[in-house]
Design a protein around this ligand. Structure first.
Ligand code: CP
Ligand code: NVA
Length: 308
């Protein structure tokens, strides 16, 4: 069963094929209206369930539109409106949904929910974000980098801020696609040691550099993300802001990277917090291309899951 749970647990060749397929589907749609169905309808006759236990704009809309472009029908479900949110086990939910739908995408809190869902479902399950990882986002990010600058292999990427779920998936991509990774942020928010080891074991450089200026010096790609993720307690907001303020991506920091360094953010962004508007809207920013490429990358992920 082809579940898409994480980048580091998916074969390299499969990841590369997904990106190629995403790019050709994107190219094939050039000049067409957004609502137009793809010429090929590989998901015709399929039903896709999209379950959200947390808010979402991009993931919700891009999966829904992508599935429909490929001929599928979709249902968007809120975890709290399902019996899942009222005591029914994940295993039973997975068994029941598998009798109705062909593919399940779930955005949830604890990674164990995703794992249990994939263990008991008879249909493929896709990780639409957990507290720990966000692989669909980073597949779109790799696609975006390569569209603008060519192969991502061998580049130097720097993550600024919180070593969170998106950071983890970027580190998985560093290991699988072969690029070097530097983390700059406060010690309390370092990425998990398991992911640090994963990057190093893959033969890539993994560095922690507390000085943001030094961390981005000569790098090709800078990432930022919100300082307070959906799974973080709101009571920690002020403390996090105080710790993370030195890691804001602004014009002065961008100037330390290569002239043609790209800026990425998964969005939603908090302008003038983790990134200034001057960078978000500046010439090096590709944040809206990343958002668009969620659509194309996830279409390829869905096709891979279903083998169509
Ligand atoms: N980047 C991302 O996953 O956005 P949403 O939370 O809007 O889905
Ligand atoms: N780190 C963020 C990503 C949102 C897409 C969060 O988990 O809230």
């Amino acid at each position: 069963m082809n579940h898409f749970l994480d980048i580091h647990t998916t074969e390299k060749a499969a990841l590369r094929n997904m990106l190629d397929s995403a790019q050709s589907m994107k190219d094939a749609r050039q000049g067409r209206t957004k609502a137009a169905p793809d010429n090929e309808q590989p998901l015709a006759g399929h039903m896709v369930a999209l379950i959200f236990e947390k808010p979402s704009t991009r993931t919700r809309v891009s999966f829904d539109v992508g599935a429909r472009q490929m001929g599928a029908e979709t249902m968007v479900l809120s975890g709290k409106d399902m019996q899942l949110g009222h005591g029914e086990t994940i295993a039973d939910t997975a068994r029941v949904l598998s009798r109705y739908v062909d593919l399940i995408m779930i955005r949830t809190f604890d990674e164990d929910v995703l794992k249990e869902m994939s263990e008991y479902a008879d249909v493929p399950v896709i990780n639409g974000l957990t507290d720990r990882t966000h692989p669909c986002q980073v597949m779109a990010d790799v696609m975006t980098y390569e569209e603008h600058r060519g192969p991502i292999a061998g580049i130097k990427a720097t993550w600024c801020g919180d070593g969170n779920n998106v950071c983890a998936s970027v580190m998985h991509a560093a290991a699988q696609f072969g690029f070097d990774f530097t983390f700059t942020g406060p010690m309390q928010l370092d990425p998990e040691p398991e992911w640090q080891k994963l990057v190093r074991d893959a033969g890539q450089s993994f560095k922690v550099e507390r000085d943001a200026d030094k961390a981005v010096d000569g790098c090709d790609l800078i990432f930022a993300d919100t300082w307070v993720s959906m799974h973080d307690a709101q009571s920690a907001r002020e403390r996090r802001h105080n710790m993370l303020r030195p890691y804001q991506v602004n014009d002065a920091l961008m100037a330390k990277a290569k002239d043609d360094a790209l800026f990425m953010h998964c969005l939603p962004a908090h302008r003038e917090e983790e990134v200034t508007s001057s960078v978000m809207d500046g010439p090096n920013s590709v944040v809206f291309d990343e958002a668009e490429n969620r659509l194309h990358a996830q279409k390829a992920i869905m096709r891979w899951c279903l083998g169509v």
